[in-house]
Structures are given as C-alpha cells and as structure tokens.
Design a protein around this ligand. Structure first.
Ligand SMILES: C[S@@+](CC[C@H](N)C(=O)[O-])C[C@H]1O[C@@H](n2cnc3c(N)ncnc32)[C@H](O)[C@@H]1O
Length: 445
C-alpha cells in the first residue's frame, strides 16, 4: 500500500480498534509516520486525533446516511468513511478531493467493491448534513461531544450539564505543548534564551520551576527536544512530582515509576546523599525509562523491576511517590483513544489494584515518612475511596490537607499526601546494598 497521510492515519485508526494496546505516541514515533513529509505528517496526525475526538458524532451522521446498519460494514470501510466525513466536517480540504481520496483508499485496501458505497455516502452528506442533537441529556452529550455514555452519565451525576459540557469540550481541544526543561542538560534561562533568539513563542509557568509552554506543535522535531533538553509533561504531572518535602529524606521510592517523567523530577529535587529506587512491574517500560534517562543524561537512576503488591524491600522509606496505574480519564485531551478502550468495569478493576498497591507501599514507610498517592483519573473510586480504604485499614495512616494546586484540580488529576504516624529517625546516609532484596524475578535493570 502507498504511504500517504490518509493511508498511514487509517492504519493507526484500524490498530486503535484492534485490541492491541499500542499508544498513539508509539505510532507517531514509528518510521511510517517519521518518513512522511512534514505536511503529510501534520495531516495524518490531524486525521487520527480528529476521528478519535469526534467518533460518536461521525458515527451518528453515518447512521443517518447509511441504508444498512453500520455494524455490517467492514472495519476498513467504516474507518474510511469516518476519515472522509471528518475531512468534510472539519478540514479545509476541497470536498471533491476528500471524496476522491476516500474512494481511492478503498482500492488501496483491496476494498474496491466498497468504493461506490463510500462515494454515495459522502456525497449524500454534502447534500444533506445531519445535525447533531443539541440537548444536554446523556445520549445527546455523548454524541455531540463524542464520549462514551457511561462516562457522560457519571459526569452528569457529579457536575451537572454545564460542568459536564465544559469537561467534554475541553477534552476535545488539542492539548497544549507543555514541557519540563531538563536541568541535567541545560538551564532554564539558557533554554528560554534560545527560544527567544529563534523567535519561538513560549510562556513560562507562573509557579512551577522548569515548566514552559511552547506555542508550536512542531517543536517536538526541534534539536532541543530531540537531544533531551526538555520533554513533554503536563503541569499537573509536574506538580505531583513537586509535592512533599524531600529535605530530610535519604531513602526515596518512586513506585510505579516507568516510563519515568516524575522520577526525573524527583531525581533533580532529592538531596545529593539520598538514594532513590524507581520500581515498576514492566520490564519494557523500565527499558524505555532507561533509554530516556540516557538521553536526558540523568546520572545513576536506580531502576528495579518488582511487583509492588509483594515488594522486595526490607528497608523503611522516608518518602514514597506512588503513581498508580489507573483508567487515565483525566488525560483524554492528550489521549483521545483511551475513551474508546475503557469500559466502566475497568474503574473497579483498577481500584482493586490501587488499594493493594497503596497498602503494601504504605507499609514500607518509616514512622514519620511521607507517601504521595497519585492518579490521573477523574473517578472517586480510584481517588478518595482508595485513600479512605487505607485510612480504615491502617491506624497509623494520617491524611495531610489536600495539595492546593489549581491546575491539579483544573486538569482533574488527583494527589493525596499521607504520613505514617510516629517520630521515626532519618535513614542513614548510605543504605547498605543488602537492604534491597532482589529475589530471582525481581532484578535491577
Ligand atoms: C501511571 S503509570 C506510571 C507513570 C510514571 N510514574 C511516570 O511519571 O512516567 C503506572 C505504572 O505502574 C506500573 N505497575 C502496574 N502494576 C504494578 C505493580 N503491581 N507493581 C509495580 N508497578 C506496577 C505500570 O507498569 C506503569 O508503568
């Protein structure tokens, strides 16, 4: 198949519904994308994100235009129609070109027999555009703003129609390019001076050290980005990695650490004589974290593969950041594919894992030690309810007042600061190597 913007976008969209859990980022880093000329790469990205962000609305239009049930379409033909309709709805591409290219995609995917159907449906749309439902009930919002009905129902019950509409509309806006400027490669002042010199518009975050917003989507191909002088990270994630006082902490755990964004910030914040263990269950994600640490020139990052439900450590920790796996419902703006992969049952499944991870991690704290529990979920079952469960089960657990950062709330991320009651003493400066137990399956990497 010829590699065009549309054919590459189509392949990503087909993959996103195939059950393979490949992130969009992985696709965009793949050579298929990278080898497209700039303009085509921009179009392919726009098509993928656009179709994912507007999928329910496009399907609603299709249902009105098709003469047979949508469920009877081949997956390839369904995606071709979605891509075609998206272009006609939202892009300034000549209508004839959008229709013609969609029919050509049928041929390229060896679905020539579907060409006349694709042609007829898209032309029907041009003659008579079906209007989106404009009410604020669950179904209408779910179609108009393209989110799963179960999630809209949850938001409506908590935030009402106006609050829900705001969240859904925000999720459908392209994310901003927010960066953490890497102090292991550059200084923040040097970085901004270079942007200034090259006329790249940027804004410095008012409170967060090293957080810069660059107003240019193509910055991810700039040498400063490619050479690891900065990386993409939302202010809310940066804020989480800034929580807690590390000045008295000598043994730190970054639990559920990979692929490492927060580990790198903690590494920059910790005392020079402190030791940090970055643990994760996934070898492949730890390898990714290692590769990133090399690119960012982060020295001596201690990475350990371990299942933290059965932790391998005997030493007590002064500080733990526990950034648990979650449904990611607070990240739908950057990851529009997640909304179509999640099911409501995933919330309870995640909450069970989160409860056991929090309990086993809490037990590794020394008296007086601090633990930050964090998620990027909007759902109470994964947030407050997990913390309340711990407070019920562990009499030594105490919840500190919630972190007050505005953007944590605005981006709907969650963080809770817990301490283990008791005075406890500061861990010795150089914990003996033998303090880390590495059972057969849990090796450093
Ligand atoms: C939200 S991600 C962590 C993101 C990371 N803190 C960062 O800033 O890049 C959650 C991580 O938890 C890990 N994980 C899931 N179950 C685990 C377990 N039982 N023990 C250790 N890590 C686990 C996953 O492999 C995943 O990398």
């Amino acid at each position: 198949m010829r590699r065009t913007a549309r054919s590459v976008a189509l392949r990503v969209l087909l993959d996103s519904v195939s059950g393979r859990r490949v992130s969009l980022e992985t696709h965009f880093e793949a050579s298929e994308f990278g080898s497209l000329p700039d303009r085509d790469r921009r179009l392919a990205t726009e098509l993928v994100y656009g179709v994912l962000r507007n999928r329910s609305l496009l399907d609603y239009q299709l249902d009105a235009l098709l003469e047979r049930p949508r469920s009877r379409l081949d997956p390839e033909v369904l995606q071709i129609l979605r891509v075609g309709l998206f272009q006609l709805n939202y892009l300034r591409i000549p209508e004839r070109a959008a229709v013609h290219e969609s029919v050509r995609l049928c041929k390229e995917l060896r679905k020539s027999s579907a060409g006349p159907l694709v042609n007829a449906v898209l032309r029907r749309f041009l003659r008579n555009r079906p209007a989106a439902p404009d009410a604020d009930d669950t179904r209408s919002l779910s179609i108009r703003c393209s989110h799963p009905e179960w999630l809209v129902r949850r938001y409506l019950s908590r935030y009402g129609p106006e609050g829900t509409r705001k969240i859904l509309e925000r999720n459908n806006r392209p994310p901003l390019l927010q960066l953490w400027v890497n102090p292991f490669r550059t200084t923040w002042e040097k970085f901004c001076r270079r942007l200034d010199r090259e006329g790249i518009p940027f804004q410095i975050h008012p409170h967060l050290p090293h957080c810069v917003r660059v107003n240019s989507r193509s910055f991810v191909r700039h040498p400063l980005y490619r050479q690891g002088h900065c990386f993409l990270m939302s202010p809310a994630s940066q804020e989480i990695a800034q929580l807690g006082d590390l000045s008295r902490c000598r043994i730190l755990g970054d639990f559920c650490a990979a692929p490492g964004g927060k580990s790198f910030i903690l590494h920059a914040r910790k005392r020079s004589d402190a030791r940090m263990f970055c643990c994760d269950l996934s070898w492949s994600r730890l390898r990714q974290m290692r590769a990133r640490a090399d690119l960012y020139r982060i020295p001596q990052l201690g990475a350990v593969q371990a299942d933290l439900v059965h932790p391998p450590f005997r030493i007590p920790f002064d500080f733990i950041l526990l950034d648990v796996p979650c449904t990611g419902t607070a990240t739908l703006r950057a990851n529009p594919d997640i909304r179509w992969r999640l099911a409501e049952e995933d919330i309870q499944r995640m909450a069970r894992i989160q409860r056991s991870l929090l309990r086993s991690s809490f037990r590794m704290l020394r008296p007086g030690g601090q633990l930050i529990y964090a998620t990027c979920s909007t759902e109470p079952e994964e947030n407050h309810e997990v913390v309340e469960n711990l407070l019920d089960l562990e009499p030594e657990a105490q919840l500190l007042p919630p972190p007050g950062a505005d953007f944590l709330k605005r981006e709907a991320f969650f963080a809770a600061c817990l301490v283990r009651k008791g005075e406890g003493t500061l861990s010795p400066p150089h914990p003996p190597e033998s303090g880390v137990e590495n059972p057969r399956s849990q090796r450093s990497c």
